[in-house]
Each structure stands twice: as C-alpha cells, then as structure tokens.
Design a protein around this ligand. Structure first.
Ligand SMILES: Nc1ncnc2c1ncn2[C@@H]1O[C@H](COP(=O)(O)OP(=O)(O)OP(=O)(O)O)[C@@H](O)[C@H]1O
Length: 233
C-alpha cells in the first residue's frame, strides 16, 4: 500500500503539490492522471524520497521510503529511464543495483531474460533502443521482487508490442497482489490497464475512483476532460 497524507511541495512561489492525500491499494493497478504540471512526478519523487515534502508525508508499506533497509526489496520504481550511466553495460548496471541491495547475481541474469534483454546484456546502455532502455528500467524495478511498484509514464515512446508488454506486466503484478501505481497521459491505454484512478490538477486531488465508475457512461477520456477542464496550466 502507498499512503499519501497531506503531501505538500513548494518550489519558491510554485506550489507543485498542495495538501494531497490518497491511498493506493494492493492487488490493483492504480492510474495517476492529471494535466501537465499537475504534480504527478513531484508526488512520485516524494514517495521514494527523491524530493523532501514541504509538509505531510508519504508511506510505502507503512514506512517512509528513506527509513527502509534495502529499499529495492520493498519498492520498485521506473521514474526516468534516461537517468542511468550510459557507458555501462546493461548487465553491469543491474549487477551494481543488485549488489547494493543484497540481491543475488543469479536474479539479475534471470530478470534480463524475463524482460527480453538476455541477448543484449553485454551491450552498453547508450547502444540500446528506447524500448530496450525502458525494459532495463523495468528490470531494475523488479530486481528486489518488491510488493510495491511505481511507474512514471512507462509506455512513452514504446512500440505497440512494448506497450502491450508493459500493460500485461502491470496487470500480472497486480494479480499477484502487488501494489501498482502508474502515471500516464494516454487515456485509452489507462482505460485498458487501470482498475482505479487518482486524478490530480494543480497539485490537488480532483477524484479517486474505481475505473468502472468513471467509464460507465462513456470513455475515460471524456470523463477525465470533464473533471479537469480549465484546471491545466
Ligand atoms: N525542481 C523543480 N523546481 C522548480 N519547480 C519544479 C521542480 N519540479 C517541478 N516543478 C514544478 O512543479 C509543478 C509540478 O510539476 P510535475 O513535474 O510534478 O508535474 P507532472 O504532473 O508530472 O507534469 P507532466 O505531466 O507535464 O510531467 C510544475 O509547475 C513544475 O514546473
């Protein structure tokens, strides 16, 4: 479970996240939706301790991320797949992450096969396609077999096969009882993937609801645009 409580983040005069509270339940894929600049990435960064809240707190599995011992075993994160050492080989990148969290080297090899990167494991990251980098980021998130997973725009730039792969993966992780929290601007994709949605605008909660309730009278896109109309940048 992820619990966000009265989370607030100010950067100078900008309030990126404004007294935001919601809960992400295990066993479901929860979509995190909102216009550009709504505060989604900032919220996700605060959940994993990359940004310090001005006020409020975020708990993962009942604890603050920065208090977790071996965090990769509890929370897997795909935030910015570009934020890796591009000169490093795919295999070495995961080996290093695994070693720093007490995870076996055997797990690294298995996971590279599982995400379809077995054949390119000795290539340098800069030589990988966008889709391969995304798969490597997913492998890093899965490394510690965590119960909680968070993906920021995971299907950006992926081809249809990659999009389906990510969707099936997220659905499978939720079916195993894990907590899956995913941000996206792609409403049609979210409608296929998410069971629950959290919608934010201007740093504030607009609505948290099961997907079914939002789409019973039309498309997710229509419902989303109606809820966020006039609340963008
Ligand atoms: N490091 C920072 N310094 C100053 N302002 C920031 C910083 N990070 C984010 N912001 C501001 O906070 C607000 C929320 O940004 P954030 O990236 O969290 O939104 P988002 O919902 O993820 O947007 P998008 O969908 O466009 O990625 C924006 O106004 C942004 O300019």
């Amino acid at each position: 479970m992820i619990e966000v409580r009265n989370l607030t983040k100010r950067y100078g005069d900008t309030t990126a996240v404004d007294d935001l509270s919601f809960t992400v339940q295990p066993g479901l894929v929860t979509g995190f939706l909102g216009p550009n600049g709504a505060g989604k990435s900032t919220t996700m960064r605060m959940i994993v301790g990359l940004d310090r809240p001005t006020r409020g707190e975020a708990l993962v599995g009942g604890r603050r991320y920065d208090r977790l011992d071996q965090p990769l075993r509890h929370v897997g994160v795909l935030l910015d797949p570009g934020a890796v050492h591009h000169g490093r080989k795919a295999l070495d990148h995961l080996r290093w992450l695994a070693a720093s969290n007490g995870i076996s080297q055997q797990r690294v090899v298995e996971l590279l096969e599982q995400v379809g990167l077995g054949g390119v494991r000795n290539k340098r990251i800069r030589a990988l396609s966008l889709g391969m980098k995304q798969r490597l980021g997913v492998a890093a998130a899965l490394l510690g077999d965590p119960q909680i997973l968070m993906f920021d725009e995971p299907v950006n730039g992926l081809d249809p096969e990659g999009v389906r792969w990510i969707r099936d993966l997220m659905r499978g992780l939720a079916e195993e009882g894990r907590t899956v929290f995913v941000s996206s601007h792609l409403m049609s994709e979210m409608a296929l993937t998410a069971d629950e949605v959290v919608i934010v605008a201007r740093g504030q909660l607009v609505k948290q609801t099961p997907m079914e309730a939002l789409t019973e009278n039309g498309s997710l896109e229509d419902a989303y645009l109606e809820l966020t109309s006039g609340r963008g940048l």
